[in-house]
Design a protein around this ligand. Sequence first.
Ligand code: GLY
Length: 390
Amino acid sequence: MKILIVGGGGREHALAWRLAQSPSVTSVIASPGNPGIDHCVAAPASVEGYAELAEAQGVDLTVVGPEAPLVAGIVDVFLQRGLRIIGPTQAAARIEGSKIFAKQLFERAGIPTARQLSEIKRFPIVIKADGLAAGKGVVIAKDRAEADEAIAKLGPNLVIEEFLEGEEVSFIGLSDGENLWPLAPAQDHKRVFDGDQGPNTGGMGAYTDPRILTAAQSGEIMERIMLPTLRQMRKEGAPFTGFLYAGLILTTEGPKVLEFNARLGDPETQAILHSFQGDFADFLESGEQGKAGCSVCITLAAAGYPDAPKTGDKITGITEAEATGATVFHAGTMRLKGDFVTSGGGVLGVTAGGETLPEAIQRAYKAAAHIHFAGMHYRKDIGRKGLKRW
Ligand code: GLY
């Protein structure tokens, strides 16, 4: 089986790495891919171009990483041409593409979520812009002045809702429109500094650990959130197929939805696929998997990230880091005269696993210590909030 992966970040490197290990997979190409992936093809200018690429390359199955091509209708184009692809149609991808659509869907289906506010009586509150905003469309306003500023900045189409207190969990599963096969739960680390301080980023690291959720919590998430969402999408004529990602808060009243994404998470995928047990190509066909352990992915970020990442700095130590047993996923790198150099904000995802979370954390930080580039910075507390479960 020949696989095409659409996208070029750390998530897509992890997909290429894991799928290349499946006995049924003969080759993996990525578009645009990145220097960590062996076979890359330049990105076509349109979603139709991806279908032409898949036909020209004799691709059997395409897996889409990022949200933009999904929202642009890549799955519809592939299906019209009889090409196999994992992902939701354009209509179903609205669950991520429009915060207003998603919020109304939750209300119609009775899915537990933050209450929308018609008048603001206390702070903090959450203000979300409609449409894709690459992680920059959500503001947590601590007072009236911050709320006014956010409303002016984010435009007229907004969702304004209560702030939910609790631990955040990424719950991702593969759906055929009706059933959902969950992957291991994960936690992201969005803020740039330790202790969840500083501005939001594209992800400073993530970890997966089966202990993030009890069996009862997973069951409740499936029964009260994931399956009702799939049912509602079918009822509304837009069945959701592909990876459905629920960003959840574990509140004292149970799990509630912050947002849905129509794809795998980044950097959660790097940790989840690192610890995945079984044949991931088989999983895509049948949902079959073994029991995952723990994995930790530490993002090594460029100087100035997230505001103004510096590029062009030579990276050393990747081979030494991998010699410890870790896997280094590329995200913001390019090749220059035989060297890897930085080309984006989140540069590398150093990922290591273990039977326990403490072991996975220790291995990931040991590997990261081998890598260097000018101005490199990373959080020192990835996975720490999970240690209380061990
Ligand atoms: N890690 C957050 C996301 O993928 O949206």
